[in-house]
Ligand binder design. Structure first.
Ligand code: HAM
Length: 430
């Protein structure tokens, strides 16, 4: 009979196998540690939200909402979407739970899976993970600089070197409309050289043209008017202040007048963090490890109060891939003790003994499904344990167990109830 075709992971999605888990664990451990230090509390929002949240939050003219949403209609007729980013969901949660009643600022962080219908390629998937930090109710430019500092600290904690921070201000609803006009006029006079996508973007959201990776569009971009020359006094003051705070932190940053970010909600500060390597790739901003910025109008746009917000997120797969590429070796704690059993009664007693050793905080490897002592000790050898416990029929009947020192082959019989204490003593001696 012909074999049925194998079912594989959907395009752009992947398994995180046991061998890769330690990298992810490490990323989340460092994230947790820095979040705690800087006073961020963990929040988890649903993986699906109402589609409208992203239409109104992320923005209808963004690539994410226009082309990359995984949407679904429930049997009850609700239009839902798999979350493509965290920021709108966390902002919704702040509004829904009346977090404006809490002492401000409210600092929240999360990590988890996101979904974007992308063209899969290196570092770009349809299911991926981010860690994400958001601050609500804080206008001070100090917090813009601190957000950058936090992401820099996490990446440094993960041993990233040669990080590059790109920063810009994209103004606010007061000064950006005029800049859009100036930019539109410039683009219009050059539209014959723009790519087809940019000719379309030009009408919907001209700022996005500055984001285009096509060489011909980038050439035009270098002559385009810059937002920074059109900021109003308040945005100028804010940006100057952010840069002054950044100078104090001594973090290496570059002003990038064409950094606009692909999401509609940003106001004032926007930034991205790259490694030298990721910046060199021709994909440009697609390979940023971190992206973020201020979004002072998002809360109001989603029906909440006029409360400012600021945040950033990092792509975990991109981080893990660089950690693996540079050859980071993860310390996976291996048990130093192995339990081998021989016969029916010992096998039965082994289950209880394993629990007792766990409660005594001793990591133990085992191969309970195996009967042959030779096979079990072979496994213990491969695991490079220090001690093997051998529970045979005679020992089980007499309430004893054999402890074998793997390096010397020396064996001693001890009382079962004393085995945990004896193991601890011997491991300490090593
Ligand atoms: P974003 O720039 O869309 O921003 O994503 C942030 C980071 O997520 C990127 O720099 C990249 O490392 C990673 N990333 C994005 N898309 C993919 C993908 N398809 N595959 C793999 N990694 C990806 C946001 O998501 C904003 N919500 C950030 C933010 C938080 N702004 C304010 N608060």
């Amino acid at each position: 009979m012909a074999r049925k075709p194998r079912i594989q992971t959907p395009t752009g999605m992947h398994d995180i196998l046991p061998k890769d888990q330690p990298y992810y664990r490490k990323v989340y451990d460092v994230t947790d540690e820095i979040a705690r230090f800087y006073g961020f509390e963990r929040i988890d929002t649903p993986v699906v939200e109402n589609f409208e949240l992203y239409e109104r939050g992320t923005g209808v003219s963004t690539d994410i909402v226009e082309k990359q949403m995984f949407t679904l209609k429930t049997r009850g007729g609700d239009n839902l979407a798999l979350r493509p980013e965290f920021t709108p969901g966390i902002t919704r949660s702040y509004i829904e739970h009346g977090m404006h009643n809490l002492p401000q600022p409210v600092k929240l962080y999360t990590y988890g899976q996101l979904f974007r219908y992308e063209h899969p390629q290196a570092g770009r998937f349809r299911q991926f993970s981010q860690f994400d930090f958001e601050v609500f109710g804080e206008e001070s430019p100090a917090i813009d600089a601190q957000m950058i500092q936090i992401f820099y600290a996490i990446l440094s904690g993960l041993k990233f070197k040669n990080l590059i921070i790109k920063i810009n201000s994209i103004g606010d609803s007061q000064c950006r409309p005029y800049y859009r006009k100036v930019l539109s006029a410039f683009l219009k006079s050059n539209q014959h050289v723009l790519c087809a996508d940019c000719r379309r973007r030009m009408k919907q959201n001209p700022l996005r043209v500055l984001d285009c990776k096509e060489e011909k569009c980038q050439r035009i971009r270098s002559q385009a008017p810059q937002m920074i020359d059109h900021l109003n006094d308040e945005c100028k003051r804010h940006f100057k202040s952010v840069l002054e705070f950044l100078d104090e932190t001594e973090l290496p940053y570059h002003l990038d007048p064409y950094l606009v970010r692909g999401l509609d909600y940003y106001t004032k500060t926007v930034f991205e963090i790259f490694t030298e390597k990721s910046e060199d790739e021709e994909t440009g901003s697609q390979s940023a490890l971190v992206g973020g910025g201020r979004y002072d109008s998002l809360m109001k746009q989603l029906g909440g109060r006029d409360i400012p917000g600021l945040g950033a997120a990092a792509g975990v797969e991109r981080i893990v891939s660089e950690m693996k590429e540079r050859g980071d070796v993860m310390d996976v704690s291996q048990p130093r003790v192995f339990l081998a059993q021989l016969g029916d009664l010992p096998k039965k007693k082994s289950l209880k003994l394993m629990e007792e050793l766990r409660k005594a905080d001793i990591d133990v490897g085992e191969s309970l499904g195996r009967d042959s002592l030779r096979v079990q000790l072979g496994r213990a050898n491969r695991m490079r344990v220090d001690l093997a416990l051998i529970l045979g029929q005679k020992e089980a009947l007499e309430g004893n167990i054999v402890i074998r020192t793997m390096s010397t082959g020396k064996q001693d019989t001890v009382k079962l109830e004393k085995v945990a204490a004896e193991i601890k003593k011997r491991l300490k001696r090593k």
